[in-house]
Design a protein around this ligand. Structure first.
Ligand SMILES: Cc1cc2nc3c(=O)[nH]c(=O)nc-3n(C[C@H](O)[C@H](O)[C@H](O)COP(=O)(O)O)c2cc1C
Length: 170
């Protein structure tokens, strides 16, 4: 599968099989995140791999009770061990860098027949408490990972090209 095919095939998966994810596949997905670019190569991302069923259930509760989050065999909790560095352009590095790593990871997952869903609706302090995350570390996203129960290709709802691309000036 080439990168463009993986981009086209990726979709948010909200139903998972209970089938376990092989260790080497998990490793390959995380490796794709590890190789992502980051501002000044800071690599502030840290990933907590949660397999324990009860912990996944509690994470799902902390994620607005989105039950499917806990139904995937793995939840990747994407954190940033950050000094809060802000780039000259005014943007904080860590949410951007973690997002790039997660995007690498989601595309690698597609290649391996796995599904993911970015979860941004969660209570950070509850997640930190559940996983004993140190106070200074930020939790950027939760990401269930598992085999999708439905392998159909979803039609993407996206703005038309001409609405989002401008040439030469705004
Ligand atoms: C930053 C971010 C936060 C999101 N948070 C959630 C979430 O909490 N729950 C959920 O079910 N989907 C969440 N999504 C998934 C989006 O709804 C989904 O990506 C979007 O509708 C496009 O659909 P697709 O991913 O299938 O292409 C999130 C996506 C992003 C990028």
């Amino acid at each position: 599968m080439d990168v463009l095919d993986a981009i086209r095939a990726r979709k948010s998966v909200r139903k998972y099989l209970s089938k376990a994810v092989e260790e080497e596949k998990l490793r390959a997905v995380l490796e794709a995140g590890r190789l992502a670019p980051s501002a000044s190569n800071r690599q502030e991302w840290r990933f907590i791999i949660v397999r324990d069923g009860e912990t996944r259930r509690r994470l799902a509760e902390a994620a607005n009770n989105q039950a499917f989050v806990g139904e995937a065999p793995i939840v990747i909790v994407a954190c940033a061990e950050t000094d809060g560095h802000v780039m000259q352009c005014g943007q904080a590095c860590y949410p951007i860098d973690v997002a790039i790593a997660l995007d690498h990871l989601t595309l690698a997952a597609v290649e391996l027949g796995l599904g993911t869903c970015w979860i941004g609706a969660f209570d950070e302090s509850r997640v930190k408490q559940i996983l004993s995350v140190p106070a200074e570390v930020r939790v950027v996203a939760l990401m269930p990972l598992g085999y999708p129960s439905d392998s159909s290709v979803a039609k993407k709802k996206r703005l038309p090209f001409d609405e989002i691309v401008k040439y030469e000036r705004w």
